[in-house]
Design a protein around this ligand. Sequence first.
Ligand code: SAH
Ligand code: SF4
Length: 363
Amino acid sequence: MILLLDLTREQLRGLMKEWGQPAYRGDQVYEWLHKNLVTDPMQMTNLPKALRARLAAETVINPLEPLAQQDSRDRLTRKVLFRLSDNATIEVVLMLYNRRRTLCISTQVGCGMGCTFCATGQGGLARNLSAGEIVAQAHWFERWLRQPDDGQDALRVERPTRLTNIVVMGMGEPLANYDATIQALRAIADPTAFALSARSITLSTVGLIPGIKRLTQEKLPVRLAVSLHAPTNRLRNRLVPLNKRYPLEALMAACHQYQQVTRRRITFEYALMRGINDSAQQAQQLADLLAGLRCHVNLIPLNPIPNSPYQPSSEEATRRFQQVLESAGIPATVRLRRGIEISAGCGQLRQAVQQPELHLAER
Ligand code: SAH
Ligand code: SF4
């Protein structure tokens, strides 16, 4: 079975030619898929009946089967666990803010990077997602948001509406699945189709330097976020094992290069762990490390995960850390914690149904 969302517009045109159709049929299919978000070829009403039937017989449009859904108590966060065609599972999270509706999407089943504070990393990498499997996550939630409100749904959002932002911060390391991720983001940002502006998309990486270098040349103006978590190699080696291969000096050089070419501000993510990386001295070291970069630091109070030795920093330590950065001229914000009680927070996503009560005691 061909997953239609795996194909670029050009590839769809190619498929139509292979099937003895004029190439423009490929454009028509592309628009039905990426603009109208249909899930059934029979709805592609400007195609000949025989072609619709062949599409129905030989292709798949939506590869995601929802298995479980959880909403946070404030009804502003929804996490959905999906099964893919090979029974692999992924989680995707929708977050509602005042004026934004942000979707956190996954790029891999699990993750092979082994960061010691991250639940996704604990399970290792099962496989990469395909471009279509990544795009489908956005389409699934967008379809729901575009439907008029039927008064039945618990989430606090006025429908019909649309996604306003996408963060590539779910399961997996996007730059370790580079081609599929970029193809998916191009489809999402295509102004003639799904049309979510690339500037509303943020890709978060653990610091895979070859990927950052490719992204620098990509001409796809998504925002870049780099997960730093430590200001020295000694500490970062412990928290982010990949640092042994791509140490801070090289990572910072790649960030400077990225900024020189793209002129875009970079976000650095820093999960604050009590007594590990949250001292005033470490904040100063971080400020020194980032000096000369146009950037923003996103401080994330650590989210609890099972079997982890790390605790979140106190509010006081968090504020102090932020103040040191700010007085060094580096804008820093504390990221709102969302959906923690349903394990929908950063680094809490896994490949199985989770008990909502599991982490409550640890908050
Ligand atoms: N693999 C990519 C993107 C997915 S992780 C990356 O690492 O950047 C998204 C963000 O959540 C990253 O900044 C990651 O460091 C952070 N994160 C992971 N585990 C966390 C935890 N337990 N608490 C808070 N943030 C966490
Ligand atoms: Fe993978 Fe990111 Fe988790 Fe590290 S923090 S294990 S790179 S998902």
